[in-house]
Design a protein around this ligand. Sequence first.
Ligand code: GUN
Length: 296
Amino acid sequence: MTAEIISGTAISKQIRDELKQEVIQLKEKHNIIPGLATVLVGEDPASQSYVGSKARTCNELGIYSERHDLPADTDEQTLLALIDRLNKDTKINGILVQLPLPGHINENNVLIAIDPRKDVDGFHPINVGKLMIGEPDYLPCTPHGIQELLIRSGIETEGADVVVVGRSNIVGKPVANILMQKRDGANATVTVCHTRTRDLISHTRRADILIVAAGGKPKAITADMIKKGAVVIDVGVHRIGKTKEGKNILCGDVDFESIKEKAKAITPVPGGVGPMTIVMLMTNTVKSARLAAGLL
Ligand code: GUN
């Protein structure tokens, strides 16, 4: 058996096409153009590339975007002052501060400063709390993208044993929270594993759906660690070399080649979860514009 490849590239394109129509309608019927501001501190190449793709996708969808790229030594006060300005700017519906921030800046101070109504990452404690009680305005982008991949691939989550490897605030904790909610596209029995989990393999082998966002070693999850017929979602991105043309060679947290012979379905890296994150950010930005205009 060779696994079905769950294409985030194809599914994200479907959602982008839907959003493009929605943006056209918003402009025609209500004269609204959603706007996203990205804030990047420092010159981390991966972060620069993510922020660049976000701006390009905005452009493609007819969403207004502005980039604020600040030097690595920017102090916290300067960053907070920028966020305050963006909070008040009516052209801007979404504010995304690219993480991680340099060590001298307190990440929580920054996330709390973003107006929760413009928090299209869903990282503000108010939005984290709303998700926890099952009343979310904005779901965090990568976890929401994973849920959409499962729904649009026809993978049943209700009653499924979902095992999440990794407990980050960006992926592990929120994806567990989303999939345990009492609602369609969720209703799973969720286990979260992490660096202090005893006997990881005993958990991963039980998973109907295994979501790996561990971020440690490339290809750390191998075929012997999964159940035959499992669905495997790989959130990891590792740069493991360069092609002759100088392009990055990427792989995930999962050993794709061996696992695809045993799993029922698997996401590739690249082209799996990655493209979904960006499109869910666009979904949240359009939702924020609707909320701001009283249309929801
Ligand atoms: N860094 C890695 N993933 C993310 C994300 O989803 N949002 C932000 N703001 N930073 C990130």
